[in-house]
Design a protein around this ligand. Structure first.
Ligand code: PLP
Length: 385
């Protein structure tokens, strides 16, 4: 199909990553398992570290779905983060949302700090804190929305308007929303980053990352980082990601519907101290979430009224939610942040930022929602009442 940017999201998702099939008639593209290319080829490929037909297919369809001119693919979300941060220099300041994915924080504090990068953390959901963007004129504003794990929602268009006033680029980690629900570049962010390992691929069978932008200079920096730092995916992983991306619209609809149903039910359930989900009225940024996102996505956090040990035992008793890190796949997963993703954070700091002993993060898959609810209900009755 000819590239048609007027086609709907679902159509572009299915038809975007095709081509390069020559005269074979193959409906799906092959995997180009080659490290190098014959010099002088018509498509301009030379070495897979700096480009491969599978990257090009994935990148053009990802750009289309992000509503952006360009996208560059990487080996993982962390590779994509590394690519962006590698463009900064010693002494540069990043103003970052204070609730970030733990490994982003670790990269800032334990890797890039050694090279002189300065990072200041702010609660970006509070508009009074945005003034600091104007006074500090940071080299980069780093947002995540919804955040991992607390599902805070920040105003991408509002912050981008303030940052553009002082020419500070804005990056949004869009992993929890996916481009189906939220497109940061259309909200005037400079860069939209996704760990495609999660919703975009959606099948928990490979890692990947994408950075999308309308800015040609940023695209060039991303292509340079892909090649110079060796951050490229394997052709097979790029192929798997492009395959997963074709069903993104359908999967996200189901994730959103099931998560909203489960979150609403959990709110009424005894023994549950707190439920947070962007499309619940009780969410602190509910109105903003409804304006900025097409759906609430598939992640719910809930705090059970119990000890750390009971919360962990609850996770182990579930049959359909697997106790595992990661999220965004077709299968439901559960994570206990205090003993898993945030185990290295001292308990008093965890409690201060809202990660209590009974906190759970549900990644709601595409199974029948009645079965998921039943699974949770049985484990709760056994342990909490
Ligand atoms: C918000 C967010 N950004 C980035 C990443 C890193 O992605 P990856 O695991 O693909 O390196 C993750 C992983 O969980 C994430 O949740």
């Amino acid at each position: 199909m000819e590239k048609d940017d007027r086609a709907g999201f679902g159509t572009r998702a299915v038809h975007g990553a095709r081509g390069f099939v020559g005269d074979t008639g193959a409906v799906m593209p092959p995997v180009y398992l080659t490290s190098t290319f014959e010099s002088g080829n018509a498509d301009g490929f030379d070495y897979t570290r700096s480009g491969n037909p599978n990257f090009r297919l994935l990148e053009s369809s990802a750009a289309s779905l992000e509503g952006a001119r360009f996208a560059t693919c990487f080996a993982s979300g962390v590779s994509a983060i590394t690519a962006v941060v590698s463009t900064l220099k010693s002494g540069d300041l990043v103003l970052a949302e204070e609730n970030l994915y733990g490994c982003t924080y670790r990269l800032f504090e334990r890797v890039f700090a050694k090279f002189g990068l300065r990072v200041r953390y702010l609660d970006m959901s509070r508009t009074e804190n945005w003034a600091e963007i104007g006074s500090a004129r940071p080299a980069l504003v780093w947002l995540e929305s919804p955040t991992n794990p607390l599902l805070k929602v920040v105003d991408i268009a509002g912050i981008s308007a303030v940052a553009s006033g002082v020419c500070s680029p804005v990056l949004v980690d869009n992993t929890f929303a996916s481009p189906y629900l939220q497109r940061p570049v259309e909200l005037d962010a400079t860069l939209s980053l996704s760990s495609t390992t999660k919703y975009v691929n959606g099948h928990s069978d490979c890692l990947g990352g994408i950075v999308a932008t309308n800015d040609e200079a940023w695209r060039d920096r991303m292509v340079f980082a892909q090649k110079a730092l060796g951050l490229q995916p394997s052709p097979f992983d790029a192929w798997l990601t492009a395959r997963g991306q074709r069903t993104l619209a359908l999967r996200m609809e189901r994730h959103c519907a099931s998560a909203l149903e489960l979150a609403s039910w959990l709110e009424t359930r005894q023994g549950v101290r707190m439920v947070r989900y962007p499309f619940l009225r009780s969410h602190p940024q509910h109105d903003l979430a409804r304006r900025q996102m097409k759906g609430g996505s598939g992640i719910i956090i809930a705090e059970l009224d119990c000890s750390e040990e009971t919360a962990l035992e609850f996770c182990r008793r579930l049959r359909l939610f697997t106790l595992a890190e990661s999220l965004g796949g077709v299968e439901s997963l559960i994570c206990h942040p205090p003993t898993m993703t945030h185990a290295s954070v001292p308990p008093e700091v965890r409690r201060k930022v809202g990660i209590g002993d009974g906190l759970l993060r549900f990644s709601v898959g595409i199974e029948d929602v009645a079965d998921l609810r039943n699974d949770i209900d049985i484990a709760m009755k056994e342990l909490i009442g």
